[in-house]
Design a binder for this molecule. Structure first.
Ligand code: NAD
Length: 262
């Protein structure tokens, strides 16, 4: 029996990257999980079934689009209906877009704020009543080093990530006496599709080659000169779900190879 045996988790944006690592880490620790995110139905079903067979837990898939508040509430309701409760909520879905501000497409601003910030508000709003009823809860928001420091050409992303750090602190104060904690985790660069997709626009915005972007922009931001891994981020989330972390709330935990220490 793992440390999360009997607990139920919802992880948004868990069809890929860091979210998938969270879902697998929670399942390995014994939690049932609701997975969410986009991808081919075949790949998603394969991953859902693999989580069940690898770890002997239940996994259900919610196709909720994180730009749609009613679907986000439906995702939480699916977890409650399938498992009886949602004890752990990880707001992780996110996208990135790189552009000089004067050319930044308006619809990209709205989309990034919706997926990277507002979706967490909607999911927390839907999940807190059940957590309060149960008298236990863990809310974890994937922020970013960009919740603490900026980079040029990422106006919407940096704004959304600073916003989620504020949301985290506010919610932590509101639920503090209900045995619910709310924290954010702020990774530095993790090699995922989100990072890979931003390389061409970064090359254009900064007039650099692909190798220069990887070495002089991404890796150079981190004093360790190494990427963080999704599994390292997931291990931190697992710690936040444990009893030893019951008094850690309202914080923004960096896992960024020293980036924000500079
Ligand atoms: P990823 O692209 O691998 O995963 C993003 C996930 O979000 C996918 O499952 C995708 O389907 C889902 N998603 C996107 N739009 C959605 C929508 N409208 N509705 C539902 N799901 C949606 O990226 P990742 O790097 O694993 O990013 C996960 C989180 O980590 C994001 O919040 C990102 O900002 C944050 N983060 C990433 C890095 C990094 O370097 N990769 C660093 C710091 C923070």
């Amino acid at each position: 029996m793992g440390s999360l045996s009997g607990k139920n988790a919802v992880v948004t944006g868990s069809t890929s990257g860091i979210g998938l690592a969270y879902a697998r880490a929670f399942a390995a620790a014994g939690a049932n999980v609701v997975i969410n995110g986009f991808g081919s139905p075949e790949d998603i079903e394969k991953e859902r079934a693999k989580i069940e067979s690898d770890f002997g837990v239940k996994a259900v898939y919610s196709p909720a689009d994180m730009t749609k508040p009613a679907e986000i509430a439906g995702m939480v309701a699916l977890g409650e209906k399938s498992f009886g409760s949602v004890d752990i909520l990880v707001n992780n879905a996110g996208i990135q877009f790189v552009s000089p501000i004067e050319e930044f497409p308006l619809e990209k601003w709205d989309q990034i704020i919706a997926i990277n910030l507002s979706s967490a508000f909607h999911a927390i709003r839907a999940a807190v009543p059940g957590m309060k009823k149960k008298g236990w809860g863990r809310i974890i928001n994937t922020a970013s080093a960009h919740s603490l420091v900026a980079s040029p050409f990422k106006s919407a992303y940096v704004s959304a990530k600073h916003g989620i750090a504020g949301l985290t602190k506010t919610v932590a104060l509101e639920v503090a006496t209900s045995k619910i904690t709310c924290n954010c985790i702020s990774p530095g660069y993790v090699w995922t599709p989100l990072v890979e997709k931003q390389i061409p626009d970064t090359m254009k915005a900064r007039n650099l080659t692909r190798d220069q972007v990887i070495n002089d922009v991404l890796l150079d931001a981190q004093p360790t000169k190494e990427f963080v891994t999704s599994e390292q981020v997931a291990a931190l989330a697992l710690f936040l779900c444990g009893d030893d972390a019951a008094q850690i709330t309202g914080t923004n935990l960096s896992i960024d190879g020293g980036w924000t220490a500079e």
